[in-house]
Write a new protein. Structure first.
Length: 114
């Protein structure tokens, strides 16, 4: 039995899920899907910064284009640690395409002029 707090909506239901994926404690159907996915295939959106070759802005904020498998987060952070970006950079510009073949891009969250 695993205990989770649902984050799909603001209610924050206290869920329990067993080995057969039976979910209790949910007040809506979305909690069932959340609990099953969190136990079977957990994913996370990642937001961070990368180095930017700019005197005025030394870091560029970036995020994943979609949720990334949880077990790949530390590998992504290691890859981004060695990445340096040259301005200009535009909001929504892809900074890194298809990380590890997972279909997840790293995109800029702001514009930095050249």
């Amino acid at each position: 039995m695993k205990k989770l707090i649902c984050i799909v909506c603001p209610i924050g239901c206290h869920l329990e899920i067993d080995a057969q994926h039976n979910v209790t404690g949910n007040r809506c159907k979305r909690g069932i899907g959340y609990a099953i996915e969190e136990v079977t295939r957990p994913t996370r959106m990642v937001t961070t910064t990368v180095r930017l070759l700019s005197q005025e802005h030394p870091r560029l904020s970036v995020k994943t284009s979609k949720p990334l498998p949880k077990e790949a987060i530390f590998r992504l952070m290691a890859a981004l640690e060695s990445l340096t970006v040259n301005p200009p950079v535009y909001m929504h510009q892809v900074i890194m395409r298809d990380f590890e073949g997972l279909g997840v891009d790293i995109i800029a969250t702001r514009t930095i002029p050249g």
